[in-house]
Design a protein around this ligand. Structure first.
Ligand code: CO
Length: 295
């Protein structure tokens, strides 16, 4: 009978402990007001013209979330180093979050401005989650998807491509988009996009500089379809070094040179995807759905 009594007392103690508010027991007592912020994460670019892309995104984000502070950070270590040599400091996502933590932000959406969830996106993901749920730090970090994450995104991107190709382009002329491509498994997004875009218009092709599909395969397809003139466009947020040199440059191995050697006339369009509202809207929608978790 004694044991029964002890059990009863223990049971009561547990009940009391559960009913007590958590804060005095665990010593939280964090009474700071909710402070929401946005951290944009781009790959980065050393080309001054790329600034148009970044400004365009920032404007759209600020219009969608009036009054919410917007910070920037970059994931390319090479670009951060190059810019540092020119005396310009670019923050990494971790540096930017540390700063936001010092400024008492409690809820932050980290929005990826990458094209696909590749290596840059995943290492960023790993780093930024370390900042969530810290005592007296940032309570919640949500990460917004890059341009292409779901199948619906890929379809939407394909439709956006159709909308942004130059109006003067005739149906029988080709369009070749240069994606970056990656050794990361996320390279499949480029092949998926090529599939969707081809269904909408078989004379539009998506290739990559550093992944698959490669330009040689696209060249063969263009010849098969007897296409004599193509528009070359970067499929990267910024018309940077790859677009200006590997795509449109005068070197022997640029896409322009490779295609012109086959008698295909090339017209280069040096505009990154972030300069077109059609693509920016997709990033902003991803940011909006991440942000809605704070409501
Ligand atoms: Co590259």
């Amino acid at each position: 009978m004694r044991i029964n009594k002890v059990v009863k007392v223990l049971y009561l103690l547990v009940l009391v402990a559960l009913l007590l508010p958590a804060s005095p027991i665990y010593g939280h007592g964090d009474k700071r007001p909710m402070k929401k912020g946005i951290l944009l994460v781009a790959f980065g670019s050393t080309i001054p013209e790329a600034q148009v892309s970044f400004e365009n995104i920032e404007q759209s984000v600020k219009k969608t979330f009036p009054g919410v502070p917007v910070y920037w950070s970059y994931t390319s270590r090479i670009i951060i180093k190059k810019m540092a040599k020119e005396g310009k400091h670019l923050a990494t996502p971790a540096e930017a979050l540390a700063k936001m933590m010092r400024e008492n932000f409690t809820h932050v959406v980290v929005q990826s401005l990458h094209t696909a969830p590749g290596a840059e996106f995943h290492s960023m993901l790993k780093n930024v989650h370390k900042f969530a749920g810290m005592d007296k730090g940032i309570k919640k970090v949500m990460v917004g998807y890059p341009l292409m994450a779901t199948s619906e995104d890929v379809q939407r991107v394909a439709e956006a491509i159709i909308k942004v190709i130059p109006k003067e382009r005739k149906k029988k002329e080709g369009v070749v988009l240069m994606g970056h491509g990656t050794h990361h498994p996320a390279n499949v997004y480029y092949a998926a996009l090529n599939y969707h875009v081809q269904k909408l218009d078989p004379n539009i092709f998506v290739g990559t500089v550093e992944g698959w599909p490669e330009i040689d395969e696209i060249k063969a397809d263009l010849k098969k379809r007897r296409i004599k003139r193509v528009y070359l466009m970067p499929f990267m947020s910024v018309a940077g070094d790859h677009a200006r040199n590997d795509m449109a440059g005068p070197e022997q191995d640029s896409w322009k040179s490779i295609l012109e050697k086959e008698g295909i006339q090339c017209v280069s369009v040096l505009k990154g995807t972030a300069e077109f509202q059609e693509f920016v809207d997709i990033w902003v929608d991803h940011l909006r759905s991440a942000f809605s978790h704070f409501d």
